[in-house]
Design a protein around this ligand. Structure first.
Ligand code: AMP
Length: 216
């Protein structure tokens, strides 16, 4: 089963994708993670993408579609969760071609609906442990002991450079202008389900489970 999690930055796509990986053995394909790895490794793709990502704008369709093409076969037989991809009509069409070439097709497009102002607070407060990547939030999920990771005891934390308010607003504008308009492409095929992304992580997960377990 191949699915797309669609929603603006901070809607909870990554959190829900990770849960589906743990519970269902699916494979998360996040173009944001792939690009961050490329930036960190200093590859040619990373060098091109860095400034675009820091500005909160979209990396070129050709680059992200190629990244998905390179990673897609990791999910063969397990099911892919596309997280942060596709973000444009062109990417949506590229994905159909990549899947079709492999005899695969999308089963569900799940849209996480959210309130934008609440998202800004969600995103600008998030940070992770630099050692074990455990996720935290200044207000909603601080560490139990200030400056110490609950999971591994580490003392270093990091924030994504694009999680500042100005960049977040640009990322949301990009979502509204380029990504939300691809929904009708999937609606025509009866693939879209909506969940309330402002509900708790557990409630959103339960809604997603119901969609994935429903016969189609
Ligand atoms: P994300 O982790 O999904 O929020 O992505 C972080 C940043 O990576 C975005 O703000 C874009 O600059 C870039 N990016 C990730 N996925 C895509 C995509 N499918 N198309 C274009 N740019 C992307």
């Amino acid at each position: 089963m191949d699915i797309i999690l669609l929603g603006p930055p901070g809607a909870g796509k990554g959190t829900q994708a990770q849960r589906l990986v743990d519970r269902r053995g699916m494979v998360q394909l996040s173009t944001g993670d792939m690009l961050r790895a490329a930036v960190k490794a200093g590859t040619p793709v990373g060098l091109k993408a860095k400034a675009v990502m820091e500005a909160g704008e979209l990396v070129s369709d050709a680059i992200v579609s190629a990244l998905i093409g390179e990673h897609l076969d990791q999910s063969a037989g397990k099911g892919a969760i596309f997280d942060g991809f596709p973000r444009t009509q062109h990417q949506a069409e590229a994905l159909d071609i990549l899947l079709g070439e492999r005899g695969r097709a999308l089963s569900h497009v799940i849209e996480l609906g959210v309130d934008e102002e609440a998202l800004v607070e969600r995103i600008t407060g998030r940070f992770t442990c630099a050692t074990c990547s455990a996720p935290y939030h200044d207000r909603f999920k601080p560490t139990k002991v200030e400056g110490t990771c609950d999971v591994c005891g580490g003392h270093e934390f990091k924030r994504r450079p694009d999680d500042n308010e100005q960049t977040v607003r640009t990322r949301m504008a990009e979502y509204r202008a380029k990504t939300a308009p691809i929904l009708p492409y999937y609606e025509e095929r009866g693939l879209v389900s909506r969940v309330d992304g402002m509900a708790s992580v557990e409630e959103v997960a339960a809604q997603i489970d119901r969609i994935l377990d429903s016969a189609r």
